[in-house]
Design a protein around this ligand. Structure first.
Ligand SMILES: O=P(O)(O)OC[C@H]1O[C@H](OP(=O)(O)OP(=O)(O)O)[C@H](O)[C@@H]1O
Ligand SMILES: Nc1nc2[nH]cnc2c(=O)[nH]1
Ligand SMILES: [Mg+2]
Length: 160
């Protein structure tokens, strides 16, 4: 269970994705990109722009199902990628590594890259940008919204 939160803004995500793209230049060129839905789609779009890659497929893995607790299932294959040769797989993060492990098994020849990696998932990714502690939950910009916070002074007035 996460005890801390790390909020990632759109700006930070864009910078991190560009940094990942810059590292990936040395591993390419790539025939195409496979984005792991849904979290991998926005990072994949940014990286595709930087690497001038126009062939994009998706793979969809559902790792939590109320009936089959914990059993990951693939709900869409990346048919365009074959065995992954010449392809780049992109996800937003690896946590336990369960999603990445399953996708790597299906596309064994592809390069796997993500923005953020927790220690348990770190060995499964070829490349990542920032390591995040295992007990930290990453809050992505698409999961959050700015919120009004009352000024400190107004809180002390309320107490008085
Ligand atoms: O390493 P793991 O423990 O497998 O966790 C990492 C995966 O979990 C999240 O996706 P999620 O399954 O929540 O779906 P989403 O991308 O559609 O939000 C995240 O986007 C990764 O794909
Ligand atoms: N948003 C989000 N999804 C996850 N899925 C697995 N770990 C995480 C995390 O830290 N943040
Ligand atoms: Mg995901």
């Amino acid at each position: 269970m996460a005890t801390n939160y790390a909020t990632v803004t759109w700006d930070q995500l864009h910078r991190d994705a560009r940094q990942l793209a810059s590292t990936l230049m040395a591993r390419g060129p790539f025939r195409g990109i496979v984005a792991i839905t849904r979290g991998g789609m926005i990072p994949a779009a940014i990286i595709a722009r930087e690497l001038d890659c126009r062939l994009i497929d998706t793979i969809s893995v559902v790792t939590y199902d109320e009936e089959k607790m914990g059993e990951p299932s693939v709900v869409k294959n990346a048919d365009a990628a074959g065995d992954g040769e010449g392809f780049l797989i992109i996800d937003d993060l690896v946590d336990s590594g369960v999603t990445a492990q399953l996708v790597r098994k299906m596309l064994p020849k592809a390069v796997f890259a993500c923005l953020y990696a927790k220690p348990a998932g770190r060995p499964i990714t070829d490349i990542f940008v920032v390591e995040v502690p295992q007990d930290t939950w990453v809050l992505f910009p698409w999961d959050t919204a700015p919120l009004f916070i009352p000024p400190l002074a107004s809180k002390s007035v309320e107490k008085a």
